[in-house]
Design a protein around this ligand. Structure first.
Ligand code: IPE
Ligand code: IPE
Ligand code: MG
Length: 242
């Protein structure tokens, strides 16, 4: 008799095995501001720490064999924040983009994509985003989607408009599924920071998502937290209305 079930066995890397993995995971990277406040630091310090965690967790998704991982970095509503904070976020984004190619190349052959409305993003950032996508487009690992200037409603409206431009006069669910930014289903949505809401994330894709919440603030989020969410996902009984 085996001493450990497959579920409890760990690979040499210390990474657990999962019997069922979500194909598409969505992560709302929330709690950076509160993390900084707790330490008496400016909010930008929380965003910087959060960006490091994004780099680690996105790679871990690839190592685990998850096919698509969408990370919510900046919403269409986040422009309402003070200019100083928005500028700090855009600076961090640029820093990441400048290193993204090497960062991603070192990480399990992952593919990087940016989802969201391009209007509002500076030309310089758009160029770097396009380059990072181009450089990684033939990679076959996890498709890491960074949602920047993203809103779930905006995504659906833009999918409808795309179908209209193609000449459709009657829009079907399939048309929207075909024209949203990500694959149409999100299996698991992870939200740290104690908030239990979608905040305009993956509205279409979340129709039958499982949700996992935790009080941990995003800059403190570790691989173990990701494993906890995935272990919990394995136990969920998904019925899809049937
Ligand atoms: C998430 O952290 C990052 C962005 C929304 C850009 P927050 O900045 O929302 O942090 P809290 O929720 O105020 O702690
Ligand atoms: C959602 O977090 C957006 C991102 C994490 C990028 P928010 O902090 O903006 O959401 P609310 O305002 O708490 O709903
Ligand atoms: Mg927040």
């Amino acid at each position: 008799m085996a001493l450990f079930s497959k579920k409890n066995s760990t690979a040499q890397s210390g990474r657990p095995d999962f019997d069922i993995l979500p194909e598409h995971v969505g992560i709302i990277m929330d709690g950076n501001g509160r993390w900084a406040k707790k330490r008496g630091l400016p909010r930008s310090a929380g965003h910087k720490a959060g960006a490091e965690v994004f780099r680690n967790i996105s790679k871990e998704c690839g190592r685990l064999g998850i096919k698509h991982a969408t990370f919510y970095a900046f919403s269409t509503e986040n422009w309402r924040r003070p200019k100083e904070e928005v500028d700090a976020l855009m600076r961090l984004f640029k820093e990441y983009l400048l290193e993204a190619k090497a960062d991603i190349a070192a990480a399990e052959n992952n593919k990087l994509r940016f989802i969201g409305e391009r209007e509002g993003i500076s030309d310089e950032l758009l160029r770097l985003m396009d380059e990072a996508e181009e450089d990684t487009k033939n990679n076959t690992g996890c498709e890491i989607m960074l949602a920047v200037n993203y809103g779930g409603r905006q995504e659906i409206v833009s999918a409808v408009n795309k179908s209209l431009r193609e000449g459709k006069t009657q829009i079907t669910e399939q048309d929207i599924s075909d024209n949203i930014y990500t694959v149409p289903e999100c299996d698991l949505i992870i939200r740290p920071s104690g908030e239990e809401r979608l905040s305009n994330f993956l509205l279409w894709q979340a129709a039958y998502s499982e949700f996992w919440y935790s009080d941990v603030l995003w800059p403190d989020f570790t691989n173990e937290d990701l494993y906890s969410a995935l272990r919990e996902f394995e136990k969920r009984n998904r019925r899809f209305g049937g």
